[in-house]
Design a protein around this ligand. Sequence first.
Ligand code: DHB
Length: 393
Amino acid sequence: MKTKSGFSRRALIAIGGAAMLVGPALAQAQTVKVGLILPMTGPFASTGRQIEAAAKLYIAQNGATVAGKTIELVIKDDTGTPDVTRRIAQELLVNDKVSFLAGFGLTPLAFAAAPLATQSKTPLIVMAAATSSITEQSPFVVRSSFTLPQITIGIADWASKNGIKKAMTLVSDYGPGIDAEKAFKERLTAAGGEVVGDVRVPLRNPDFSPFLQRVSDAKPDALFVFVPSGAGSQFMKQFVERGLDKSGIKLIATGDVTDDDIVDSMGDVALGTITTHHYSAAHPSPENKAFVEAFRKAANTRPNFMAVGGWDGMHLIYEALKKTNGATDGTALVEAMKGMSWVSPRGPVSIDPKTRDIVQNVYVRKVEKVNGELYNVEFSTFEAVPDPVKAAK
Ligand code: DHB
């Protein structure tokens, strides 16, 4: 007996049975999972929110299919705690069988997961964390964010060219802060300047007041600051409370401090702050205008440098899969990423084939009011800057 489709019932049952057998296996082979581990709660949740929104936007704009594979994000909250990052990474590898680990909102979180990337030969895309040595923790680490030395030498150069002879540094007391302190000191000193005091503040629940009192007493020409994304608001509040905005001590910083996420809410005290960084929401390029507009529509907020790290990390994953024709061998994927270059919303970028760090422009910026909102307005550029620590090795 024939059914409406023209196949006999027995033939249909046979086809159905075969589909049941190959169906799940086929679906699994055609799906490439990206394990995105981010701090979605706790003090660094803004980093997680920005990267999540950017990764989802990238997929929405570029389609969920690449090289015949369907990309599936598996998003997990590590709360910013290294032990949790390691456990989640293990689960994603063993249970979810992810082909990529990505995210990593803070340096200790990237350090916690890197050995698992090596053991499992899985590409680990660092979208946020920025201590220079992270890429040395595993040959499977590729970075789409930045390094602190890479973006700090520019502000030291700006300082020495703009009459700053004696500076103090204030940094968060962990990997990226120590990198920033060292890079700033070396570069300013080489240009004939002097760092007359260095203070390190705790990463968690920082109270800047006692440290700022020391700065106020020492009266340097400038104070150079690094704190991670999100912590700049508290710093700026206490900078003003201590009266340092009226002390004649020039505030200079990495762009992490005047993060696009929070700079507008800092108010006019932030006006005139000079920073160096690799991304500003005000970057005047067609690629960035389109990115900022789409991000605003999707996430109802301004993208910051974390968002652009997430966006470019997804780009790396997509382009690597295109190069391997959808094959998910980890070694082949990392090889495909080495030397890759593209135009990001931040400007032209490439992956250094030796270090797997991102080579990018670093911009000198000033906080200014644009259409009633505070932005980091770029006014000069250091082009194609590598991580200087590894370039010197
Ligand atoms: C790191 C975290 C940040 O939020 C940031 O702005 C820079 C560096 C880090 O932990 O590596």
